[in-house]
Design a protein around this ligand. Structure first.
Ligand SMILES: NC(=O)c1ccc[n+]([C@@H]2O[C@H](COP(=O)([O-])OP(=O)(O)OC[C@H]3O[C@@H](n4cnc5c(N)ncnc54)[C@H](OP(=O)(O)O)[C@@H]3O)[C@@H](O)[C@H]2O)c1
Length: 323
């Protein structure tokens, strides 16, 4: 297939493009930052500059490319600081998930594209009641907290717009596997504490496994939603010390809820205490997906063990709550 990948220069896009090419696809990959054209070309794709918020440019680029399939991997999270208000950190990404998705879906429709796959997110979205691990059929949080309402609404918009158009939304877990993973700096600097009892569940996914699931999703008819997470959703009190050790950092601090709220706001406290994990059973069953990194328990050590000497400790000024 000829595959048009929006966001080919990003964390997941750069893993996805080579896997698509290996699977026999032809790839047109878009970038936003001018310096990233060469990055996309070096992966073996045709590189196209595109601002997804320019609906006319999106339409022209898709019609000109005449793709069989479109993949939306655009976010705007480079160098974003995660403070008390997630909606502030996600302003640009939320626009990409709303306006950007609408423009791309409309263009894909007009171009007669048969497959549409888009990046969504699993963490912090499912209702904070009942079991600790949620499937795609479980309800989403109907009353998102202050400081993350816009972000939740934008993700819901994307899921709906994509599936209404017959496409597939992939609710990825928290990415890891690259030197710029969002948790590296705050965990190294002990700015990501265990909050309260640390019962908030995390679902992780290695970038290579996320890309592999995306290639498989393109071969699958929609509409559908899949959680693309590893086999091992776990509470913060379990995964955070393992991550700190893999990074060669000191063990995480422990904050009572009231103190964490001061630094990380309600979304940060929710992530650490109430968030639900996600099940990957549907993706494995329906897509025939197998994981190279089935658990962060081995994955963190494999990835960060290799990076440890290469990544110097960096400075950060806020407490992170993830992507
Ligand atoms: N599920 C998760 O945990 C998750 C999800 C997403 C990101 N992250 C993390 O966030 C950090 C940054 O992610 P990232 O490296 O992928 O960078 P990013 O800044 O989020 O960019 C992602 C992709 O979107 C493109 N893009 C940005 N604005 C655009 C626009 N207006 N129109 C079209 N395309 C646009 C970027 O192009 P250019 O690069 O050319 O500007 C890039 O290809 C990484 O640590 C990553 O792991 C985590």
């Amino acid at each position: 297939m000829k595959v048009f990948v929006v966001g080919a220069s990003g964390a997941i896009g750069t893993r996805l493009v080579p896997q698509l090419i290996t699977a026999g696809h032809e790839v047109i990959g878009t970038f936003r930052s001018p310096a990233h054209a060469e990055r996309v070309r070096a992966l073996g794709a045709k590189a196209v500059a595109l601002d997804m918020l320019d609906a006319r440019a999106v339409r022209e680029a898709v019609l000109e490319a005449e793709p069989d399939a479109v993949v939306h991997q655009a976010t705007s999270l480079t160098d974003v600081r995660f403070g008390r208000n997630l909606d502030k950190a996600f302003v640009a990404t939320n626009r990409l998930r709303r306006e950007g998705t609408d423009a791309l879906v409309a263009a894909a429709r007009e171009a007669g594209v048969s497959r549409f796959v888009a990046q969504s997110f699993a963490s912090m979205r499912y209702a904070r009641t009942g079991g600790a691990v949620k499937t795609e059929d479980d309800p989403l949080d109907r009353s998102p907290l202050d400081g993350m309402r816009e972000t939740a609404a934008a993700m819901n918009h994307l899921d709906l717009a994509v599936t209404d158009a017959g496409g597939i939304a992939l609710r990825y877990g928290l990415f890891y596997g690259a030197p710029n993973d969002g948790l590296i700096v705050p965990v190294r600097n002990r700015q990501f504490p265990i909050v309260g009892e640390g019962g908030g569940m995390g679902s992780f996914i290695h970038l290579d496994d996320a890309a592999a699931a995306t290639v498989l999703a393109l071969e699958h008819a929609g509409p559908a939603i899949y959680n693309i997470v590893d086999d091992d959703p776990a509470p913060t009190r379990e995964w955070l010390p393992v991550l700190a050790e893999a990074l060669g950092a000191k063990p995480p601090r422990r904050f009572p809820v009231w103190l964490a709220r001061l630094f990380a706001g309600d979304p940060g406290v929710m992530l650490g205490t109430e968030a639900r994990g996600a099940s990957n059973a549907k993706a494995k069953r329906e897509l025939g997906w197998t994981l190279k990194y089935p658990s962060w328990r081995q994955g963190f050590a494999q990835v960060y063990g290799a990076q440890r000497k290469a990544v110097p400790p960096a400075r950060a000024t806020t407490t992170a709550v993830g992507a």
